[in-house]
Design a protein around this ligand. Structure first.
Ligand SMILES: [Zn+2]
Ligand SMILES: [Zn+2]
Length: 319
């Protein structure tokens, strides 16, 4: 046991190393790729499960559970909550609670994952490793706590992670047995479809907390440092339009204009056409107009003068 007295971290900054063992094991496990090799099939499956779970996070964890940017049925919200849990980034209620906090205190000292207030590494992958931030902030999410099935999967999100891992291994085994010409093995599919795709998705998600508050352009004047980053928007299915989102978080769109690729919104739009979701919240015309005429480039960040500009204050989701 360490007895060091050299300026210990505040209690809420202490990393729960034991609890993070699976997270680091996931990263280390990716090295197994040198033993299992690769195939086009494994690569394609890894991409598909990265995209599907990624859009469960962007479309549902973020735009639905955290922001209520559209409405849907109870079974559909549970389905996507389950798929989101398979991304191994904890449950939807925990996620939404922390995200609502982020919008309330963006880049202020209370913002747990601000690269402005903390280090870049902390905002990327330090903040969620602490015991304090593992806790569920119930008061932030009374609207979600009403659903026992969501509370259950939020608590036992490991069920979805395990299911995904087994599914990948099983798929690899089936292809190895019945379609050996594809060159896939059970372990190869496990490494690509479970480990590599999950770790890649980890860091794409974390980049929204870290990079999207540091690198990119600013169309709207906001009190935080949020940026629009087209490359991040491609990898993160539209979430890279983060300055847009911080300015008007209530909309189901993060890409506000046709040239801002927002694959998550295309998914939501498709679900709306199929009748699976409804009351999809648009970006108000006056916000679009302001974005066209009032670019925020060159305006100093985080100043009171900036905060005093006529920004559209949009509350985070209400229960
Ligand atoms: Zn942000
Ligand atoms: Zn948000």
């Amino acid at each position: 046991m360490s007895t060091t007295t050299a300026s210990p971290l505040p209690w809420n900054r202490q990393i729960d190393w034991l609890g993070m063992v699976p997270f680091f094991a996931m990263h280390l496990g990716c090295l197994a790729v040198f033993w299992v090799g690769w195939s086009w099939t494994a690569f394609a499956v890894a991409f598909v499960v990265y995209a599907v779970r990624g859009m469960a996070l962007t479309g549902f964890y973020h735009r639905y559970f955290a922001h209520k940017a559209f409405q849907t049925s109870r079974w559909f919200q549970f389905l996507w909550a389950f798929i989101g849990c398979a991304a191994a980034q904890r449950g939807p209620i925990w996620w939404a609670a922390h995200h609502r906090d982020h919008h309330s205190h963006s880049d202020e000292p209370e913002d747990e994952h601000s690269p402005i207030q903390h280090t870049f590494l902390w905002s990327h992958m330090g903040w969620f490793m602490t015991e304090a931030n593992t806790q569920l902030r119930v008061k932030r999410v009374p609207d979600l706590m009403k659903f026992p099935e969501l509370v259950f999967i939020n608590k036992y999100d490991g069920i979805a992670v395990l299911t995904h891992g087994l599914l990948m291994y099983g798929l690899g085994w089936a292809l190895q047995t019945w379609a050996p010409q594809l060159g896939v093995t059970a372990w190869q599919m496990f490494v690509w479809g479970f480990l590599i795709s999950t770790v890649f998705l980890y860091h794409v998600t974390y980049c929204i907390n870290s990079l999207a508050h540091v690198l990119g352009s600013r169309r709207f004047i906001t009190t935080d440092h949020s940026r629009n980053n087209w490359l991040l928007a491609l990898f993160a299915f539209g979430e890279g339009w983060h300055n847009n989102h911080h300015y008007y978080p209530a909309s189901a769109r993060n890409g506000f204009y046709w040239w801002e690729v927002d694959v998550t919104y295309y998914m939501i739009w498709t679900f709306e056409k199929l009748g699976l979701v409804w009351n999809v919240k648009p970006v108000p015309e006056k916000v679009l107009e302001l974005g066209r005429t009032n670019p925020a480039h060159g305006i100093p960040l985080g100043t009171k003068a900036e905060a005093g500009q006529p920004t559209m204050q949009t509350p985070v989701a209400q229960s």
